[in-house]
Unconditional design. Structure first.
Length: 325
């Protein structure tokens, strides 16, 4: 089969190589899946760089989220078991962790439903307790992680403020349903949020960016507000001033979604059922901005690494032969 292999750490476009390799053999409790679509996540770039919390042995195939097909023809969602990741024709996953792909979504959309939307659902509902009528602020609202949080916030009945970088991303955020869109390149984020909320601030802030975005969050979080920290796409990990949290009476909540796989896997199943229901009634639909063939994976991962994408990019191996995704 064909698979992208990383033999040394570095930038994705430089270290990913498309090679002919042996089809992997599943281990105990694992299952072989034909990859129908693989969603690109920022952790795929971090894996290539050797900067992710998991460091698989070299060489490995990146790709942490797929819609795959079982040997008996079922469409499923899975997080491939590295080193046999999803940027390949076949991947390996833990059999107990695969989930049925929602019928309402095509392969590329289904592949993009899992990590980003589960992270959003756990962050907004399990950790922050978002309620209808509250104001939700989403940083990087047009990106893969942010766009999921926007849709989930709207589905929960929240008023959503999206922060983006650039006019093109602002247009995407509006299409996603943001009630207010702030272009951080053209506007003062802190002033704009305070104006949009009558000086009160946001009840829940969803931050996959870190760095300056977190500093802005601390200045615009409402009384008894909750800042949900889900990642550091800016590359800068902030150091919160806890005295500030005390004086303003707000919470800083961390979310590492992967922990639920080992600490409470039943919650992941419950979350998937909620997401499937939302997808079935059209309340959420992953924004897949681009579908690329397997041969285009390295360039696509680099685009995600560089932060120049909106929504999600999906790698669809069948496109190599001109088939529909």
């Amino acid at each position: 089969m064909q698979a992208w292999q990383v033999h040394e750490n570095g930038e994705p476009s430089e270290v990913m190589r498309l090679e002919d390799v042996e089809t992997p053999t599943p281990g105990d409790g694992q299952i072989l899946l034909k990859v129908r679509a693989a969603n690109i996540n920022f952790p795929d770039a971090l894996l290539c760089r050797g900067q992710y919390q998991v460091r698989p042995p070299l060489p490995f195939t990146p790709g942490v989220e797929i819609c795959g097909e079982t040997e008996d023809g079922r469409r499923v969602l899975a997080n491939p078991a590295l080193p046999y990741g999803g940027f390949a024709e076949y991947a390996v996953a833990d059999a107990a962790a695969v989930l049925p792909a929602p019928e309402a979504l095509d392969d590329a959309e289904a592949a993009a439903l899992h990590i980003g939307y589960q992270t959003g659902w756990f962050g907004l509902h399990r950790r922050a307790g978002l309620e209808a009528g509250e104001t939700l602020l989403v940083h990087a609202a047009a990106g893969g992680v942010g766009s999921a949080a926007v849709q989930l916030g709207k589905a929960a009945g929240a008023r959503v403020i999206g922060v983006v970088g650039g006019a093109d991303k602002a247009a995407v955020a509006r299409e996603l349903g943001c009630d207010v869109v702030i272009d951080r390149r053209a506007e003062n984020v802190i002033g704009a949020v305070k104006e949009a909320t009558g000086g009160r601030g946001a009840d829940v802030i969803y931050d996959p960016v870190g760095g300056e975005a977190y500093a802005q969050s601390a200045k615009v979080v409402a009384f008894e507000g909750r800042i949900v920290v889900v990642g550091f796409a800016s590359g800068t990990i902030p150091s919160p001033a806890l005295n500030h949290a005390l004086v303003k009476n707000y919470s800083v909540l961390g979310l590492h979604w992967g922990l639920y796989n080992t600490k409470n896997p039943k919650l992941i199943q419950h979350c998937h059922e909620q997401l499937t229901e939302l997808a079935a009634r059209g309340a959420i639909k992953p924004l897949v901005s681009e579908r690329v063939p397997l041969s285009g994976a390295a360039v696509a991962v680099q685009k995600v690494a560089d932060g120049v994408t909106t929504g999600r990019i999906a790698v669809v191996p069948s496109l190599e032969n001109g088939a529909a995704a």
